[in-house]
Design a protein around this ligand. Structure first.
Ligand code: SF4
Length: 230
């Protein structure tokens, strides 16, 4: 199967009872500001070209962001920061992502997440992460021929990504290197190399407190793009 087929299967997934219940409840009850919108309320697939050289791995869709619009990081504050940074780094056609059909294009970049359904409090359980790793595993394998660099947003994405690459036969340092903003580690498989970068998550907890700025995200994206040959 190719990436489009994988995504088509993913959006039918109901493997995590707690998350299915939550994503559908949020979609039914809605936030008042979006009361007249139809929420997506299903797993949110990755976005961007299937032959991307740069991959971004977040955490999970936001209840009223991706779970509403059906597109990763679309329609929430985290996305405002991420797409501003992608645009400034030359990796996106516009600095915002509001809804499917808004003209957004990603250049040589794909965005995905280790958990594809919105979790309560943005906190998936270990069991949910492990169940959803089936999809990350399949996606990383399909992207492996072209991806040369990965930016993980937050420790959850960092660990999920490194663990999944290890299962796919990439040589990952042991013990797993510690997550931090700006850290990176090199993975090797059959002569191919790829670089995994850590970046603080673009969540409001980090951006409102000033722990993370758009410029800091741009710096990591620029370095990762250079490493991928973009
Ligand atoms: Fe399926 Fe992943 Fe959603 Fe669980 S989180 S229901 S595995 S898509």
């Amino acid at each position: 199967r190719d990436l489009a087929e994988l995504d088509a299967q993913l959006i039918e997934c109901r493997a995590c009872p707690r998350l299915v219940k939550w994503r559908e409840r949020v979609a039914r009850e809605k936030r008042r500001a979006f009361a007249d919108e139809e929420y997506w309320g299903r797993p949110v697939a990755g976005i961007g070209p299937a032959d991307a050289r740069l991959l971004i791995v977040g955490l999970a869709p936001a209840a009223h962001g991706g779970n509403r619009t059906g597109r990763m990081f679309t329609g929430d504050r985290s996305g405002d920061v991420l797409f501003s940074a992608l645009y400034l780094a030359g990796l996106a056609s516009q600095p915002h992502s509001v809804a499917i059909g808004d003209g957004l294009e990603l250049f040589d970049t794909r965005i995905t997440a280790p958990v594809h359904c919105a979790p309560p409090q943005n906190k998936p359980t270990v069991a949910e992460r492990d169940t959803c790793s089936y999809w990350l595993h399949a996606e990383l394998e399909l992207l492996a021929p072209t991806v040369r660099s990965v930016v993980t947003l937050g420790g959850f994405g960092w660990q999920s990504t490194l663990r999944t690459f290890a299962k796919l036969g990439w040589t990952v340092p042991k013990p797993l290197p510690k997550f931090g903003h700006g850290v990176s580690t090199t993975l090797v498989r059959e002569g191919a190399e790829l670089e995994v970068f850590g970046c603080y998550h673009v969540s409001q907890q980090n951006t409102f407190t000033g722990r993370l700025t758009v410029e800091m995200v741009v710096d990591v994206l620029t370095e990762a793009a250079r490493s991928a040959g973009i």
